[in-house]
Each structure stands twice: as structure tokens, then as C-alpha cells.
Design a protein around this ligand. Structure first.
Ligand code: U2P
Length: 270
């Protein structure tokens, strides 16, 4: 029986559709709690290592213009963020890139309700804006942690991703290590980048990645194998490759916004 060109094309299209459906209905998908999650990007291969990204509020908060209840840059007194806080636990590739948005799963804050106090303290939002999320959704600040969705097979649910990140952070107190080495928050001192890196190497046997905004330390990243044994971060081999930092760096003090700026509440603030 002869097929017309049109029916051949239709047949081809049907085959492609069938093949795609088979690919996206894998039986081996991870689950988060009770919710089955859906793989959204099979082309992303399994990650190679973790980077724990820590941010220095003294630097980040200098750019703060607005306050709202969730913005830790507006906290005062004993609540003030005077230590490195968590930016994220990132699954990364050895070539310097990283996967993102690997599985579609709705973030459910209830799953981490027992962690909220620790999250508010050590993993706070440092702005009022909504960070980008995988599927354009809004909601909880931590819901944008798309990195957790790419941490399979190490983490298979939301709770274990967040609780492990908090534990790793608490086991690696960078603020304390720097403090003991004499590197304390200051608006006048400059410190040798090499000295800061050495203090971290001695404490954790990790060659960290340091990210600066001009001469101020913005982030310090610690890297781990998938079993959380320490490993060097990429781009940390020699000081000259830490492109964004000069030889002498600062660790600015955290200063909350003054009274005038504090009243600039965001219209969306509840
Ligand atoms: O560095 C800018 C933003 O890129 C994302 N990033 C960077 C390095 C890396 O190893 N992995 C990674 O995800 C971060 O995006 P965010 O999590 O903030 O949305 C980082 O802020």
C-alpha cells in the first residue's frame, strides 16, 4: 500500500511523540516526601560535587535599599546577621557548569517546618525581592532552592537536602575560623587574601573559592565530594585564578539600614 507524503509525515510525528512520552515516564524518579516528582530535563547528567556557598552579609547588605519582614539585611541587635550565612548547597560539574531545575516538585514548607528557626537564622533571605524559581512560581524564599532538585541520588527529598545543608554549614564555621586567625569584620582593615585562604585550608583541608565585590569578600565557597569529604573547589588552585578578588581584601562590618530607609517598606510586605 502506498503512503502519501502527508501520511508519512504524520506517522513520523506520531513516532516522535511516542518516543518522548516513553522517555518522560521513567519508573525510577525520586520522590519528595509523599509527592511524586517529575523529571523535567533528562539531558542534565548527574552532578560531580557539591559547593556550599556562604555569603557575607556585611558586603551583601551594603546594597540594601528596602526593608521588609523577610529581609535579614534589616535585622538589628542580637538578630543582626554578623556571620557568613548560607547562599546554597550547589550540585556542580567539574567543568565549571551546573545543572538546574532537574525535577518538577512543588516546594512544601511543611516538610521542613522543624527546621524553620535554623533556616531563618543561618539561611535567611538577604533581600525583599523574589528569587527566580524553576517554574516561575512565587512563594517561600527557600522554595527557589532549585539546586536540591539536582542533588539526586544523594538527596531524595526536600527535608534531607535542607537538614544536611544546615549540618554541613554548622560543622564548617568559617566566621569562627577567620575570627580566630585575626580576620574580623572591619570597615578600615584590609587582609591578605592568601592568609584567609590558608586559615580555611588549615581548618577544613579544603581549598575554597573566594568571590569579591570590588575588594570586599562577598562569598566563600567550600567544596565536597558526594559523600561530603572535603575537596578543592574549581578555580581555587592558585591565588591569581581567584579573578574577582585583589591581593588584599576587606570584610566589611554589617550595618543595618538607618531609620529613614527602614520605613521604606515594600508594598508586598505583609
Ligand atoms: O553566581 C551567580 C548565580 O549562579 C548560580 N550558581 C553559581 C555557581 C554555581 O556553582 N552554581 C550555581 O547555581 C547561583 O544562583 P542562585 O542559586 O543564587 O539562583 C548564583 O547566585
Amino acid at each position: 500500500m502506498a503512503y502519501s507524503r502527508r501520511s508519512l509525515l504524520l506517522l513520523l510525528l506520531l513516532q516522535v511523540l511516542l518516543a518522548t512520552t516513553t522517555l518522560s515516564s521513567s519508573d525510577n524518579l525520586p520522590e519528595t516526601g509523599n509527592d511524586v516528582v517529575v523529571e523535567v530535563n533528562r539531558s542534565q547528567r548527574e552532578f560531580d560535587y557539591f559547593a556550599l556557598a556562604l555569603q557575607w552579609p556585611g558586603t551583601y547588605c551594603r546594597g540594601t535599599r528596602h526593608c521588609c519582614s523577610k529581609n535579614a539585611c534589616c535585622r538589628q541587635g542580637s538578630d543582626a546577621p554578623t556571620q557568613f550565612t548560607i547562599h546554597g548547597l550547589w550540585p556542580d560539574y567539574n567543568d565549571g557548569s551546573w545543572p538546574s531545575c532537574c525535577y518538577r516538585s512543588d516546594f512544601n514548607e511543611k516538610e521542613i517546618s522543624t527546621l524553620i528557626d535554623g533556616m531563618e537564622k543561618y539561611w535567611p533571605s538577604l533581600s525583599c525581592g523574589s528569587p527566580s524559581s524553576c517554574h516561575g512560581g512565587k512563594g517561600s524564599f527557600w522554595g527557589h532552592e532549585k539546586h536540591g532538585t539536582c542533588s539526586s541520588p544523594v538527596f531524595r527529598d526536600e527535608y534531607s537536602y535542607f537538614v544536611t545543608t544546615l549540618n554541613i554549614y554548622l560543622k564548617h564555621n568559617v566566621t569562627d575560623v577567620l575570627y580566630k586567625a585575626g580576620y574580623v569584620a572591619s570597615n578600615s582593615e584590609k587582609y591578605p587574601l592568601g592568609g584567609i585562604v590558608t586559615a580555611i585550608q588549615n581548618a577544613f583541608h579544603i581549598n575554597p573559592e573566594v568571590v569579591c565585590k570590588r575588594d570586599a569578600i562577598d562569598e566563600i565557597r567550600l567544596c565536597f565530594y558526594k559523600d561530603f569529604k572535603p575537596r578543592d573547589c574549581l578555580g581555587s588552585k592558585d591565588l591569581t585564578s581567584r579573578k574577582s578578588c585583589p591581593k588584599y581584601v576587606s570584610l566589611p562590618e554589617y550595618t543595618p539600614l538607618d531609620g529613614e530607609a527602614m520605613v521604606l517598606k515594600m508594598p508586598t510586605d505583609e
